[in-house]
Every structure is written in structure tokens, then in C-alpha cells.
Design a protein around this ligand. Structure first.
Ligand code: HEC
Ligand code: HEC
Length: 253
């Protein structure tokens, strides 16, 4: 009993002893919150992921070297400061980019770019980070190949966004534009191609049919896996026709 009172008195005494005065601690620099840190990692990462879109455009135009170079850059990206649970998704993006870089021909690069998109989509679906894309109005319509092709470029870009988000409405918006915007090689173009180029014309006709078929199929209910495959094959067709066009142009020079 006595001991306990003494201990209590001692406690009180020490509590009352004047505190030694320390100089005020220097002000801490503001610490980024967890959310800010996560968002800035994402923003930095996505700035570099914009290469994925440039890869698409290079492939559509049949530019394998540019697609490979951009993919090589993507494959080098590391995000050590990202959350550990995100790492498997980064790894998938890197692996897909590495495979794309190793593509020997444009057709396999086209298919692998669709796989790259699938890797992006997996993370968006898994962590609920659905990208929101700006609204981009379709280009003015017209009968010229240029106008039609700008419409095709627009449609393919929306399909890509629909694929990586993944988002049905965006995908269907793009596919719908491709269904509605036929590729008519004009009389003038046809005459230009006509000398000994019947086979080229026929091949172009087949490519046109294929694009239309892919776009129509894209409008039907498909799984994400089926969309990835379809998108890859469609890009192969865009690239094949452009390669043909380029060969014809070169042959004329
Ligand atoms: C580790 C997970 C992860 C991976 C991998 C990933 N993303 Fe994202 N992405 C997100 C999250 C989360 C958001 C939403 C961020 C927000 O709310 O601002 C997002 C948003 C976006 C956006 C919307 C605009 C922006 O810049 O924020 C685009 C575009 C995008 N991602 C593209 C891609 C592409 C292309 C790839 C593949 C090369 C990819 N992402 C891979 C998690 C990921
Ligand atoms: C039947 C052949 C053919 C097919 C299939 C084809 N294109 Fe084209 N594309 C052309 C021709 C011809 C040009 C004009 C080339 C030139 O200007 O020398 C062109 C040009 C383009 C351009 C540049 C247009 C501009 O002036 O800015 C884009 C973008 C484009 N195509 C996108 C696509 C996409 C995307 C696909 C697949 C969905 C596709 N094309 C399928 C024949 C085709």
C-alpha cells in the first residue's frame, strides 16, 4: 500500500517537473499524400504509354521499324515506385511490348499490338481505372479516298480505345463508323491502277470486303478475347492494303 502511494507521488512529481525546452522542430516539407503519389506514378506511366497509340498508327501504315522502336521503348519502362499489386500488370505490358519489338513482319506486329492493348485493358478492368477518353468528332464525310480513309482512321482509333478501356460503347462507335464508311476506289484511281494491275485491284477489293466483314462482326456481342483477335486481324488488313498502295505508288515512279 505504502509503496503504491509513493509510486503515485513520484509520477505526479515527474509530471510537474518543468519540461526541458527544445528549439521548435524545423517545418517538414509537405509530404505527398498516398493518393497523389499513386496518381503521379500513373500519370508518368501513361505519358509514356501514349507510345502505344503511335505503335498502332505505324502498324496501320505498315511502318514496322517505327512500331518496333516505340515498342522497344515501352519494354524498357520500369515502375519501381508503383504498388506491388500492379507489378504483374506492368510485366504483362512489358512482355507484350517485347514480343511486338521482336516481330519480323507487319502481320505479327499487328496481332501483337492487339495483345499489348489487351494487357492495358487487363489492368484497367482489374483495378477499376477505367480511362475516360475525350470526345473526338468524326471527320467530315466525303467520297474521296482521303475522306474515307480519315473516317477509317477515326473508326480504328475509337475501336482501339474501346479495346483498352475496355468499353463497349466506344468499341461499337468505332466499328459502326467502319461499317458505314465504305472504301470505294474511285474510277480515276481504278484507271490509274488498271495497267497490268488487275491483280492489285482484286486484292484491294478483297481487303475492302474483309474490313467490312470485321467491322460488322465487331458490332455483334463478342468477348474481350474475341475482340482482341478481331482487332489484330483487322489491322493486318489495313496494313496489307496500304502496303499494296505503296508498292503501286513506287512502281509508278
Ligand atoms: C498498373 C495498371 C495499369 C496499366 C498496366 C495500364 N493502365 Fe492505363 N490507367 C490505369 C488507371 C488506374 C487509370 C485511371 C487513372 C485516372 O483515374 O486518372 C488509367 C487511365 C488510362 C488512360 C486515360 C487517360 C490517362 O492518361 O490517364 C489511358 C489513355 C490509358 N490508361 C492507357 C493505357 C495504355 C495504352 C496502357 C498499356 C500500354 C495502360 N493504360 C496500362 C491503370 C493502368
Ligand atoms: C482497299 C485498300 C485499303 C484498305 C483496306 C485500307 N486503306 Fe487506308 N488508305 C488506302 C489508300 C488508297 C490511301 C491513300 C494513300 C495515299 O494517300 O497515298 C489510304 C490512306 C489512309 C490514311 C491516311 C489518310 C489521310 O489522308 O490522312 C489512313 C489514316 C488510313 N488509310 C487508315 C486506314 C485504316 C485504319 C484501315 C483499316 C481499318 C485502312 N486504312 C484500310 C487504302 C486502303
Amino acid at each position: 500500500m505504502y509503496m503504491r502511494v509513493a509510486a503515485a507521488a513520484l509520477l505526479v512529481a515527474s509530471a510537474c517537473r518543468p519540461e526541458k525546452q527544445y528549439p521548435p522542430a524545423p517545418a517538414m516539407p509537405p509530404q505527398p499524400s498516398f493518393v497523389t503519389l499513386v496518381n503521379s506514378t500513373l500519370a508518368r506511366m501513361h505519358q509514356r504509354y501514349s507510345a502505344a497509340r503511335r505503335i498502332e498508327e505505324a502498324i496501320i501504315w505498315g511502318d514496322l521499324a517505327t512500331a518496333q522502336a516505340e515498342a522497344g521503348q515501352l519494354a524498357l519502362l520500369a515502375e519501381p515506385s508503383a504498388l506491388p499489386e500492379w507489378q504483374p500488370y506492368f510485366d504483362r505490358v512489358r512482355d507484350a511490348a517485347r514480343e511486338l519489338e521482336a516481330s519480323g513482319v507487319i502481320a505479327s506486329a499487328a496481332r501483337r499490338s492487339a495483345e499489348l492493348g489487351a494487357a492495358c485493358a487487363d489492368c484497367h478492368a482489374a483495378i477499376g481505372g477505367r480511362p475516360v477518353f475525350d470526345t473526338i468528332l468524326p471527320p467530315p464525310t466525303g467520297d474521296s479516298v482521303d475522306a474515307q480513309m480519315r473516317a477509317h482512321g477515326w473508326g480504328a482509333a475509337r475501336m482501339w480505345e474501346g479495346l483498352i478501356a475496355p468499353e463497349n460503347a466506344r468499341w461499337e462507335e468505332g466499328a459502326g463508323a467502319l461499317v458505314l464508311s465504305p472504301i470505294t476506289i474511285s474510277e480515276v484511281e481504278q484507271t490509274r491502277l488498271s495497267d497490268n494491275m488487275v491483280s492489285v485491284r482484286n486484292a484491294m477489293g478483297e481487303h475492302v470486303e474483309k474490313i467490312r466483314a470485321y467491322a460488322s462482326k465487331a458490332m455483334t456481342p463478342l468477348t474481350q478475347r474475341e475482340r482482341v483477335d478481331l482487332y489484330g486481324e483487322m489491322l493486318v488488313t489495313c496494313a496489307s492494303c496500304h502496303a499494296l498502295v505503296r508498292d503501286v505508288d513506287l512502281a509508278r515512279q
